[in-house]
Ligand binder design. Structure first.
Ligand SMILES: NC(=O)c1ccc[n+]([C@@H]2O[C@H](COP(=O)([O-])OP(=O)(O)OC[C@H]3O[C@@H](n4cnc5c(N)ncnc54)[C@H](O)[C@@H]3O)[C@@H](O)[C@H]2O)c1
Length: 458
């Protein structure tokens, strides 16, 4: 199969490279000429484990190439995938489809011979039909089918996810398109990974439904964590006890500072918007969005509490700012809410992140970037863990506490425990939904056990 991949970002590049590894001939297209020049020079513009090697191998095998000339790539292709961004539209939270529609026009003008145009971008229900309308308008002679093939890979594990998917979802409108899509995914099909063929609109909605459901799990356990903080229960035990129930499962039940990233925030907002537009409000998703915002604010409150409600002039060392480990992606990371709030209150914030600086430099003005947790902790008042990079999982807590001016640990990924922190010499420790120490947090938890819970008046 000859494939053109339009958009060479996290999804387009990984999908394109993996398709070429299946044996297809793939041209990755991007309108960002710098990105293409970098890729042609053997440089991968994003951090994704294993991607450099896979790109090099398939380029060397002659199956993978890069261009900013969309027409030449589309002309030769059996299938054209649209993998451009669909960010939140400013003002109304609808998915911004301008990149998808612009790409569709360019594709339409270049089509030759039978081609399947596939949306891989996450797009609202009905977008495939609009892409079809654009193609019919721009090139009424085109012999084309439109398909939907939403992507479920996770940054940080993108190649593994693409090569070993839980399922592949494909929405088609014709047997001919189904045949092409079957050929493209044959290597996965042969290894018995489920390929779910459905209609276009269902495929489009499966993606939003899946992301909103996962976001719901995260917000649910985060709300349980808040209840744990009031009642003295431990959210890690609660999550384990829940997750062992096969109907629930243990994944996405880790309490933390709120979800972020390039997908969950914008996709939950777009789903909520879709619900409003179709007159069926997605009340659960709307609540999930609000709960997630509250969680980020709660993290700020916890740090303030640790510092006697005043961080002015205090030094706060932040470990991890990317929205999750093993990626350099900073899009909607909780750090982008939490860090500026602390800087705004006069804190001196130091940041350590193995991959976050390239993106984070511009997004986090006023912070000092450090090379290691130990350097960041030197003379600091609070050490805050925001992203659970592996290298933050086995820190020498004693060394960190010893280096700090006032050793306080805000462990917002629940990596350590109050006991670990106390044994290492931390004066105070707070986690998410778990007992803290001293420590402001623990004192408050104990007090809250006896204090009457405010009654709801409505
Ligand atoms: N990032 C993820 O983990 C992930 C996972 C699943 C699905 N998705 C979805 O995949 C889509 C792409 O996401 P991403 O994170 O890869 O985005 P991205 O911003 O990393 O990449 C998009 C790329 O498309 C290019 N582009 C835009 N318009 C173009 C055009 N007309 N012609 C050629 N190139 C063009 C941009 O220059 C950019 O390089 C989104 O809809 C997203 O919701 C993302």
């Amino acid at each position: 199969m000859k494939i053109a991949m339009i958009g060479t970002g996290y999804v387009g590049l990984v999908s394109g490279v993996c398709f070429s590894d299946f044996g297809h001939e793939v041209v990755c297209v991007d309108k960002n000429a710098d990105k293409i020049a970098a890729l042609e020079g053997g440089e991968v513009p994003i951090f994704e484990p294993g991607l450099d090697d896979l790109v090099a191998r398939n380029v060397a095998a002659g199956r993978l190439s890069f261009t900013d000339d969309i027409a030449s790539a589309v002309r030769a292709a059996d299938a054209v995938f649209i993998a451009v961004g669909t960010p939140s539209r400013r003002g109304d939270n609808h998915a911004d489809l301008s990149f998808v529609f612009a790409a569709s026009e360019e594709i339409a003008a270049a089509l030759e011979g039978y081609t399947v145009v596939v949306t891989k971008s996450t797009v609202p229900v009905g977008t495939g039909d609009k892409v079809r309308e654009i193609i019919d308008r721009v090139n009424p002679q085109a012999d084309v089918d439109v398909a939907s093939n939403p992507e479920f890979l996770r940054e940080g594990a993108a190649i593994r996810d693409f090569m070993n998917p839980d399922r592949v979802v494909v929405g088609v409108q014709s047997a001919r398109a189904q045949e092409v899509m079957t050929d493209i995914y044959r290597p996965l099909y042969l290894r018995e990974f489920p390929v779910v063929f459905t209609d276009l609109r269902s495929a489009e909605l499966i993606k939003y439904a899946s992301n909103a459901f996962l976001a719901t799990k995260i917000s649910f356990i985060n709300e349980m964590a808040l209840l744990c903080e009031r009642t003295g229960a431990d959210v890690k035990s609660v999550a384990r006890g829940m997750g062992l129930d096969g109907r629930i499962g243990p994944k996405f039940l880790h309490a933390g500072p709120g979800y972020g990233g390039s997908c969950f925030p914008k996709d939950t907002r777009a789903l909520a918007r879709m619900g409003q537009e179709y007159g069926t409000p997605q009340m659960i998703t709307e609540a999930v969005i609000e709960a997630n915002e509250r969680m980020k604010r709660h993290m700020i409150d916890r740090v303030m509490e640790m510092c006697g409600d005043n961080v002015n002039g205090r030094t706060i060392a932040v470990l991890g700012v990317t929205f999750k480990p093993d990626t350099d992606d900073m899009r909607e990371a909780p750090a982008l809410t939490i860090v500026p709030a602390l800087v705004g209150r006069g804190a001196r914030v130091r940041v350590v992140d193995p991959q976050g600086r390239r993106e984070g430099d511009a997004l986090l003005p006023g912070v000092a970037w450090m090379d290691s947790p130990y350097e960041a902790a030197e003379g600091a008042d609070v050490l805050m863990i925001l992203t659970q990079w592996n290298e933050f999982r086995a820190l020498d807590l004693k060394r960190l506490a010893g280096a700090m001016a006032s050793p306080r640990l805000a462990d917002f990924r629940n990596i350590y425990s109050a006991e670990d922190a106390a044994a290492a010499g931390f004066e105070s420790y707070c986690a998410v939904g778990r007992p803290g120490r001293d420590i402001a947090g623990w004192g408050k938890v104990k007090a809250s056990l006896t204090a009457p819970v405010p009654r709801q008046t409505t």
